[in-house]
Design a protein around this ligand. Structure first.
Ligand SMILES: [Zn+2]
Length: 238
């Protein structure tokens, strides 16, 4: 039942380990490998995203954390700027692989936003920050300023306000809007900060999907800039 719901909303999703392997195979043809590449991750802080981080780090080595609540790359120019100085520089080019992901849970009955966590008897939620946003938006009490003790959520509210459509919006709509913001922001950060004259970089965006017993990735816009040339990466061929 849960896969019916997933396939309806995220056709083309694959198991996260297989997804990471596919990205590595694609990049290997362009000269990226574990020794010469720094991974940069923008995924949600949620521990449920940890298996993706582990899979990416098993493939590429320790990662730079650019992401915050909901996977938005809140590390910003300063974070990306710091990462830009950390890639191995003893090879022909400096190389970065960036994964920037929204995420959402599915419960055993296909409940959108439901999340089964180890040791928890009750269904919890993912993404929790987006669920909080969804509830507060529906109640009309979203914060109108950024509070120092909840700064990242304030940033999230401001950013989502520019991409969530007017009117009622369910969690799926809000998650897709978050992905749109992630794509826009990671594109601007990577092209704005990384120097394509001396480095090659790949950007993979998509949505992590948490099932009761596994984690999937539904790929979205992905591209690589190598030798100063941008090419799109298409996952539909498998
Ligand atoms: Zn989250």
């Amino acid at each position: 039942m849960v896969m019916n719901a997933v396939n309806q909303h995220f056709p083309g999703a694959s198991e996260e380990g297989a997804y990471i392997a596919t990205t590595a195979t694609t990049l290997a043809k362009l000269g990226f490998n574990k020794d010469n590449t720094l991974p940069v991750l923008a995924v949600c802080r949620d521990e449920i995203c940890g298996s993706f981080v582990q899979a990416a780090e098993a493939q590429w080595g320790n990662s730079f954390t650019l992401g915050g609540l909901a996977g938005l790359p809140f590390g910003g120019k300063t974070g990306m700027g710091a990462a830009s100085h950390h890639a191995p520089d003893k090879y022909d080019r400096e190389r970065f692989v960036i994964y920037a992901m929204a995420h959402i849970g599915f419960g055993p009955e296909g409940e959108i936003g439901g999340c089964v966590r180890p040791g928890m008897e009750h269904l919890s939620g993912a993404c929790g920050a987006l669920k909080a946003y969804s509830s507060m938006r529906a109640e009309g009490n979203l914060p109108e300023k950024i509070f120092a003790d909840d700064a990242e959520y304030g940033l999230l509210v401001q950013r989502l306000g520019k991409v969530v459509p007017e009117g009622e919006a369910d969690l799926l709509t809000i998650t897709n809007a978050a992905l749109a913001a992630i794509k826009e922001d990671i594109a601007a950060l990577s092209s704005g900060v990384l120097n394509a004259e001396k480095c090659d970089y790949a950007v993979f965006t998509g949505t992590q999907i948490h099932l009761p017993d596994s984690h999937l990735v539904a790929p979205s816009d992905s591209w690589v800039v190598a030798g100063g040339q941008r090419q799109e990466i298409n996952f539909t061929a498998g």
